[in-house]
Design a protein around this ligand. Structure first.
Ligand SMILES: [Zn+2]
Length: 257
């Protein structure tokens, strides 16, 4: 079985070599590695340059909670410099559940506006260089979709999408994809979304090192754990694991070449 982890924060691991060895031993042939700011994006490029198996598919970008005017400028410059070696722009998007937006504090609209500016400008780079946006949309589902559509994006992954089903419908109709994480085993919101989407619209990922739950325990993940996303999705859909692996890997290959 060949698997592709379509969302990994590889920069967060100390022993990257060990992580990649275990991934390869578990049948992971590709890892889409994402950055969240200029420094982590540079680290992702470094890791991708030093590794042959599994194949590292690099994406770089500025995460909504990392947005500053300075960071926007530097990530856009980095995308301009590195686009030829990239396959995606990520992790980018909007997050209306971040701390400054949770309470009705003054300055909320400025925070939102800055997130939207960063997202739009990165979507434009993605479009210009034919890169796939990897979109984080927590609590900002409708706006994230609207901006992607307004910027003329035709292919994107709405990573770990757990928003309303009416927005999901628009996401799928626009030709975008969503993803299954290990939380597909226990998150009611994610399970509802995954059940509503056709298998051909779903890719597998871990969002490692974000922990997965097992009973009362929270266990840190790495790309080898994409097997848990596979198992949960196969169980949820009532489709054999081999078939889910084949279809999701084909979709990922289609997206990332
Ligand atoms: Zn992530």
């Amino acid at each position: 079985m060949k698997l592709i982890d379509c969302h990994a924060h590889l920069d967060e691991f100390e022993d990257v070599e060990g992580v990649l060895c275990r991934a390869a031993a578990s049948g992971v042939t590709g890892i889409l590695a994402v950055g969240i700011n200029t420094a982590t994006s540079r680290r992702i490029l470094e890791i991708a340059g030093n590794c042959s198996a599994p194949e590292i598919i690099p994406a770089i970008g500025l995460y909504p909670d990392e947005v500053t005017e300075e960071e926007i400028e530097s990530i856009l410059a980095l995308i301009d410099e590195e686009y030829a070696g990239l396959r995606g722009v990520g992790e980018i998007g909007l997050d209306y559940w971040v701390r400054p937006l949770r309470k009705k504090q003054p300055g909320r609209e400025e925070v939102k506006a800055l997130q939207q500016k960063a997202f739009r400008l990165q979507l434009r780079k993605a479009r210009r260089y034919s890169l796939i946006p990897i979109i984080h949309s927590r609590g900002a589902w409708a706006d994230s979709f609207r901006l992607a559509e307004e910027e003329g994006i035709t292919r994107a992954i709405f990573h770990w999408y757990t928003g309303p089903l009416d927005v999901l419908e628009k996401i799928l109709a626009a030709g975008y994809h969503i993803s299954a994480t290990p939380a597909a085993a226990y998150s009611p919101q994610l399970r509802e979304v995954l059940l509503a989407a056709p298998l051909e619209k779903i890719v597998l990922e871990t969002d490692c090192p974000v922990p997965r739950r097992e009973g009362e325990d929270r266990i840190g993940t790495e790309p080898a754990d994409v097997i848990y996303s596979l198992r949960a999705l196969a169980e949820l859909k009532g489709i054999p694991e081999e078939e889910v692996a084949r279809v999701t890997t084909e979709t990922a290959c289609d997206l990332f070449g």
